[in-house]
Design a protein around this ligand. Structure first.
Ligand code: F6P
Length: 357
């Protein structure tokens, strides 16, 4: 059996361990794995961009290396692909044609919710089996408690916040850190609790600016003159406006809420406020041992499922066990932080303000 594997969406830590686990375990079962380069973009045009993956390639240094050696893309839905001449074209048939040309019967995708939605439509249209391994620093894939890359991003954000602490303390500053996560606050919540910051703002919980001022007053009353605020990129301004940045590629992304809050806090509190962001270090960091283990567990699980002819499944972590769920149950949905989330409870229990009280 020929299996294709691709990484899709933004990169993160642990992807090479996931590809390696699939390749090594597939070889043990007599399957060949083709690595598809550049995500769906590498399957457009007349010549698919691929390589035959060899288990011997996956030495421990490759397994623990960051990002994805296959490359990936988080731009351009193939069903409505923006061409250089400004037209929008459906390129799904080109991709399906190339997968078939390579003799691939089963495609393993490693990606987030957006990529799964696209690959699910593509493989259904082409009659190709799909298997999925969830990855995203946003941790917003449904039906799994954790996705590949999340805890490496949490560890990186945690170090970043810790490294700001001493300077904030020495110079009596308010440090505002803006962090990725798209529309989900999991990354901010986990790393903010780990670093024990004073305020965590996430898009799922509406905040009032007065509560940030109130928290600073409490901090001062406790004998401290510095404060750490962590804000997730999709948090709106106190007036309810989303803050975005337009890139030269035409894409519009979240970015800038940290600067906005800095101006407001400086004005209200008359103290020095600085803004920082770990940015793409959250994605390009080296994987933690936990992420390498998770990626390897998911990799072995999808090959097990293929050998049992259980197609259309996603490897997932539920109640600490590796399980599988139907991709149909996951595609087109996402998993925001809910009010009953254990981390919300923990943050409140640690007297960390979420801006709503
Ligand atoms: O989904 C991962 C992610 O890093 C989000 O947290 C963030 O909003 C987005 O991708 C940034 O994408 P890009 O690097 O393409 O701007």
């Amino acid at each position: 059996m020929k299996i294709g594997i691709l990484t899709s969406g933004g990169d993160c830590a642990g992807l090479n361990a996931a590809i390696g686990a699939v390749t090594v375990n597939a070889a043990l079962k007599g399957y060949q794995v083709l690595g598809l380069r550049g995500g769906t973009r590498g399957l457009m045009g007349t010549e698919p961009n691929f390589e035959v993956l060899q288990p011997a390639h996956f030495t421990s240094d490759v397994m623990r290396s960051p990002s994805t050696f296959l490359g990936t893309t988080n731009r351009g839905n193939p069903f409505a692909y923006p061409m250089d001449d400004g037209t929008v074209v459906d390129r799904s048939d080109e991709i399906i044609g190339n997968i078939k040309k390579l003799g691939i019967e089963t495609l393993i995708g490693i990606g987030g919710d957006g990529s799964l939605d696209i690959l699910n439509q593509l493989t259904r249209k082409g009659g190709i089996n799909l298997m999925w391994m969830p990855k995203t620093i946003d941790n917003d894939v449904c039906e799994t408690e954790v996705a590949i890359g999340f805890y490496s991003a949490v560890a990186t954000a945690f170090r970043f916040l810790n490294d700001l602490h001493a300077t904030a303390q020495t110079h009596d500053m308010i440090m505002v850190t803006e962090i990725m996560g798209r529309d989900a606050g999991h990354l901010a919540l986990h790393s903010g609790v780990a670093a024990h910051v004073d305020i965590i703002l996430i898009p799922e919980i509406e905040y009032a600016f007065e509560n940030l001022v109130k928290k600073y007053e409490q901090v001062r009353a406790s004998g401290r003159s510095y404060m750490q605020v962590l804000v997730s990129e999709a948090v709106k301004t106190p007036d309810g406006e989303a803050v975005t940045v337009a890139h030269n590629t035409g894409s519009v992304r979240y970015g800038g809420i940290g600067q906005h809050l800095k101006r407001k806090l400086q004005e209200a509190l008359k103290v020095e406020v600085r803004v920082q962001s770990p940015g793409h270090t959250l994605r390009g960091c080296s994987p933690t041992a936990g992420d390498i283990i998770l990626a390897q567990q998911f990799g072995v699980k999808v090959i097990d499922l293929i050998s049992q002819k259980k197609f259309g499944r996603m490897a997932a972590m539920q109640y600490g066990s590796i399980v599988d769920v139907p991709v149909e149950k996951v595609a087109g949905r996402s998993r925001p932080v809910t009010a009953s989330d254990a981390m919300v409870h923990t943050a409140r229990g640690l007297n960390i303000s979420l801006g709503d009280q």
